[in-house]
Design a binder for this molecule. Structure first.
Ligand SMILES: Cc1cc2nc3c(=O)[nH]c(=O)nc-3n(C[C@H](O)[C@H](O)[C@H](O)COP(=O)(O)OP(=O)(O)OC[C@H]3O[C@@H](n4cnc5c(N)ncnc54)[C@H](O)[C@@H]3O)c2cc1C
Length: 157
């Protein structure tokens, strides 16, 4: 929606057929209603063409294998999310996708506590979090308190 304010056309390529599956419904509805935004369901980018710069993006329908060339001068890639947490593996318990497990067996008061005492995780990187700005900020405010309490318990405050 932001790009559609200035771009002539915005093509959104998604590999499944339900725009609202991975985003807020209100936003999916705004995208569908926007005249300059074109959504290509069940498609993936398979080729980029151009001499000095990007000129065309070729998209392939993953169900029919049909290919279509879209004129484009810029490409913005957003394919899922992968947390950069492998360096924590071992001391800190991660879920199967690499998000940090918190509050395991610790009760509500320690909901941001990881499997290592004194290490807290908040925001998008936390397993099960809602991936929204307001909740990440809220998590942070609570975690500051939890860190403080941890330091008091450890006799360091
Ligand atoms: C395209 C897009 C649109 C979005 N739109 C909305 C929206 O409309 N409304 C909404 O509420 N949310 C939206 N979100 C989600 C929102 O951006 C996130 O929920 C929020 O930014 C999470 O905050 P965070 O602090 O947990 O993580 P981040 O904002 O990702 O911050 C994590 C930071 O940690 C840094 N970092 C990573 N690894 C390390 C390391 N090893 N050492 C030091 N630093 C490190 C990263 O560089 C980054 O700066 C959107 C996200 C995207 C990608």
């Amino acid at each position: 929606m932001f790009l559609a304010r200035t771009a002539t056309d915005v093509n959104v390529v998604i590999r499944h057929d339900d725009l609202s599956r991975d985003m807020s419904r209100y936003l999916a509805e705004r995208i569908r209603a926007a005249l300059r935004v074109h959504v290509w369901n069940n498609c993936e980018v398979c080729e980029l063409r151009g001499d000095e710069r990007l000129e065309e993006v070729v998209v392939r329908n993953v169900r029919t294998d049909e290919r279509r060339s879209l004129r484009a001068t810029a490409l913005f890639v957003l394919i899922g999310s992968e947390p950069h947490t492998r360096w924590l593996e071992g001391p800190v318990e991660l879920d199967e996708r690499g998000f940090i497990m918190t509050g395991v067996g610790l009760g509500g008061a320690a909901m941001f506590q990881t499997s290592t005492d004194g290490v807290f995780a908040i925001g998008d990187v936390r397993s099960g979090s809602v991936k929204r700005v307001a909740s990440a900020v809220g998590d942070g405010a609570v975690a500051v308190r939890l860190v403080y309490e941890h330091l008091v318990r450890a006799g360091r405050r």
